[in-house]
Design a protein around this ligand. Sequence first.
Ligand code: PLP
Length: 393
Amino acid sequence: MYSEEMYGYGAQSSVIREIFAYGMARKKEIGDENVFDFSIGNPSVEPPKEVTEAFIELLNTKAPLELHGYTPGPGDMEVREAIANDLNERYGTSFKGTNFYMTCGAAAALKITLTALFEEGDEALTLTPFFPEYTVFAKTTGYKFIPVKSDPETFQPDIKNLENAITEKTKCIILNSPNNPSGVIYTKESIKNVAQLLKKKEKEYGHPIFIISDEPYRELTYGTEVPFITKYYDDTIVCYSYSKSFSLPGERIGYICVPDEVTESSKIYAAVCGAGRALGYVCAPSMLQKVVEKCVKSRPALDTYKKNRDLLYNALSEYGYKCIYPDGAFYLCVKALEEDAEIFAEKAKKYELLVVPGDSFSAPGYVRVSYCVSTEMIERSLPAFKKLIENYK
Ligand code: PLP
């Protein structure tokens, strides 16, 4: 009567959503100011001013039928050219508009790319810890999905583990840096090592192994360079999103970039168009495309996130928590004070601290603390973090 597989994904709600819903209910009971909700990754910094102004200007100046009409399936060429030019200026690449396919955020970009590459029997890898939706996107496409353990101390790629995981059936590896949930940025050295290994394996197996670079947090870095992976490895397909950089995750806009350097690039680009069509994802929101075109050079204001990162990391470290230092994104991985992070997160609730157990991100033993919240809430939460650790001493 219906798909058991889809029923399973639909009926089982995400841990993050459950904690967030608990937080909403708890706030009603004891007041907003008494609940410290670090569960969700919704940007807490307003969109760049130019972005809001672009919406208003477009509504005031464009004819409605033009503004809201269908665009070509892969997106307006002017938008794609504007993105290409911006990346070329920043990274010295030589992209053209024809390398880009506009999408409803990174989620659609990932699903389309995975679908475009898939052949029966393929395996897809990713590095732990990782965004839990990768499992859904890869498995429902047909892949055998294989998470590969990263270095447990730094959460940088562990090249030995990666080498052991690659087989003749490996089609792609999803990389996410800056990373959700750890905030870690893969170093140039890490990227070079991954690239070198993949090149060796491509030769050994006689077929390409693609990096799918999932980059919703590319602009969210607090001083550390985010290596642009296409510069290090030819078979890289980029999945980008404006959800976090423009603080508009509900508006759904992003893109796929298939560089010319990718093996059989024009065929893969056509397969991306085909996958977009097959999944019903053609024509990303037209007004948002025009906003991107106008604001292609806008970057997020990072002061608040950086301030939050420093405040939280320094305070928790001082209290005795072990944290993975986050160079980017807006998440902090904190080692749970007992083996089972789910039990630890439950105990944290007693202090009104809402954090997400790392298990669903393949980071068992850690909790994720999202610091895309107000600085003032972090300040108010610190005594609770202190009491929680004292309770374990
Ligand atoms: N990839 C990662 C690592 C994410 O954290 C998210 C959202 O939080 C996504 C992809 C999906 O982003 P989008 O809102 O652009 O679909």
